[in-house]
Write a protein that binds this ligand. Structure first.
Ligand code: FES
Length: 348
């Protein structure tokens, strides 16, 4: 186990990993769309043949996107809200400066076809605590909605407490606010940057019981700040559980160079492409599963860095990130250039 925190990854076990973990891909149709905020759109996706699979709070769905004739990419989206028997629901924030996945999703209309996986969960909710704090930043709200709904029911049957801190850029970007208010009432606290409101992690942590669990999804800088506050409070690291979205780094997304001496390759990774996608396109075998910086399967050994790694995963420990001896190829990026080793070994 690499991460001392219980990131989604740390709860996952893999028996016999292959170059790609098996996914049960299936055809599906976009059956409904709803604009929740100026930049967040909800998609209802109905599978063609297989029944909608059971989904636990924190689950996500993978979607194959045909960005261009020669460019198929895979994205992971958290499943939103209570499961239903007919369809899956995801919400996508439009990122105009992103890698193209969200722009592609926003071009879809009802009746359009998709290829989707079955649900997976690397960010599971446990019901063994007496006190829960959920923290969401921006589109990080998506995995936490079903957690909030499940915990709202749970606390009715137990003596557990729950509080939800939800931060967004502006009031009109608070997607699912009505759903959360209905589930949690006064246990929901809203923070918006346009009102100069910020979540005070020190104060929020101080009001928790000794055995409280925190579940957080948001941009990497938010997770860094929460992690620092959690450490400073001397809290048990296993009770801080988080997930992020891979397009949120410490520096702006930009192109970079990757060298693989074992393959005698030098590649340019475009700003619109992940390191993992670039390696796959070049025919370099790389293990992966979640493509969200959670499972750690895609972590590669770093031989040298000319510049700086922008670690965007929640799998590697803080110590490993500082050491920069490994990089999660699915989400993390580089400013400058990097030389990597791969799992490939020529047979004698
Ligand atoms: S594929 Fe899971 S961390 Fe990269």
């Amino acid at each position: 186990m690499s991460n001392s925190f219980v990131a989604a990854s740390a709860l996952t076990r893999f028996g016999n990993p292959r170059m790609r973990m098996p996914q049960h891909w299936q055809n599906a149709t976009v059956t409904a769309l709803a604009d929740l905020t100026p930049t967040v759109r909800e998609f209802c996706i109905t599978p063609d043949t297989l029944a909608v699979q059971p989904q636990t709070p924190g689950s996500h769905l993978q979607v194959r996107l045909q960005i261009a004739d020669d460019d198929t990419q895979t994205r992971s989206y958290s499943l939103v809200g209570e499961p239903n028997a007919a369809s899956y629901r995801i919400a996508v924030k439009r990122m105009d400066a992103g890698r193209g996945g969200s722009r592609h999703m926003w071009q879809l209309t009802t009746g359009d076809r998709l290829i989707i996986s079955e649900p997976n969960n690397y960010f599971p909710l446990s019901f063994d605590s007496d006190d829960y704090l959920l923290i969401a930043g921006g589109i990080g709200i998506t995995p936490l909605i079903s957690m909030a709904q499940a915990l709202a029911r749970h606390v009715e049957r137990s003596h557990a407490r729950v509080r939800f801190c939800y931060g967004a850029r502006s009031t009109d970007e608070l997607a699912y606010r009505d759903v959360l208010e209905a589930a949690l009432g006064e246990r929901l606290a809203l923070f918006t940057r346009d009102a100069n409101q910020q979540i005070n992690f020190d104060a929020e942590i101080a009001r928790l019981s000794a055995t409280a669990q925190v579940y957080c999804c948001g941009p990497v800088p938010m997770l860094d700040a929460l992690t620092a506050a959690w450490r400073a409070a001397g809290r048990p690291l296993q009770n801080l559980r988080f997930e992020t979205f891979g397009n949120s780094g410490h520096v702006e997304t930009q192109s970079f160079t990757v060298r693989l001496p074992r393959h005698q390759l030098e590649l340019r990774v475009a700003a619109a492409c992940s390191l993992l996608d670039a390696l796959e396109t070049a025919g370099v075998p790389v293990l992966y599963d979640c493509r969200r910086g959670e499972c750690g399967l895609c972590a590669m050994d770093v031989i040298a860095v000319e510049g700086e790694i922008d670690h965007r995963d929640v799998f590697l420990s803080a110590h490993e990130k500082v050491a920069s001896t490994r990089i999660c190829a699915c989400v993390s990026r580089v400013v400058g250039g990097i030389t990597l080793d791969s799992a490939y070994r020529a047979t004698a």
